[in-house]
Design a protein around this ligand. Structure first.
Ligand code: S3P
Length: 183
């Protein structure tokens, strides 16, 4: 890991870990701008993430997501909230390592299940026809994906536990952990 200071902060973590909620608040606290990669993908594709998955498949989504990350990595003084799967592409992880400080918002499988069980806008947590999974299958899907992604998430520079913590406290912890590491 390089010790030089960076001016991009990447927020990674599973769906429902709070990246999109925390990012603008963190950005505001640091005096940084904010980009959410899913919203950028939607802007470029002209459709929602669910529609991109439905109409073109996950591979296409991952290609646009990669291009968005490449672009935003050239910026400075910005908090970037990533999709939950962005970090699992080696090329994406390299970009993140080279250009910013990555913060993993860690949540356990049960909290994720509780935050996701009533949502229907996460294609990777649905069946192949876009239908909601049973609670048993959803629990298993979350667990399986979380286990397969943890080796990637754990490569973050900073790990913050988000379970049962108020947003303000989590932001304070992130700001504290970033101290001296960003310019
Ligand atoms: C995904 C997470 C989503 C979005 C897409 C795929 C994933 O973002 O990028 O549905 O593979 O974990 P959030 O983590 O913001 O929900």
């Amino acid at each position: 890991m390089t010790t030089s200071k960076k001016s991009l902060v990447y927020l990674t973590g599973f769906m429902g870990s709070g990246k999109t909620t925390l990012a603008p608040i963190l950005a505001n606290t640091l005096g940084f701008a904010h980009t959410d990669t899913d919203r950028e993908v939607e802007r470029i594709a002209g459709k929602t993430v669910s529609e991109v998955f439905r109409d073109h498949g996950e591979e296409y989504f991952r290609e646009i997501e990669h291009r968005v990350l490449e672009q935003v990595s050239k910026e400075h003084h910005r908090v970037v909230s990533l999709g939950g799967g962005t970090i699992t592409r080696p090329a994406n992880l390299s970009i993140m390592k080279a250009t910013g400080i990555t913060v993993y918002l860690r949540a356990d499988a049960e909290s994720i299940f509780n935050r996701m069980k009533n949502k229907n806008d996460r294609p990777v947590l649905q069946d192949s026809t876009g239908e909601r999974l049973s609670e048993t299958d959803l629990r298993k899907r979350i667990n399986d994906i979380l286990v397969s992604r943890e080796p990637f998430y754990n490569q973050a520079d900073i790990i913050i536990d988000t379970d049962d913590r108020r947003v303000g406290l989590t932001v304070d912890s992130i700001v504290h952990a970033l101290h001296g590491r960003i310019e």
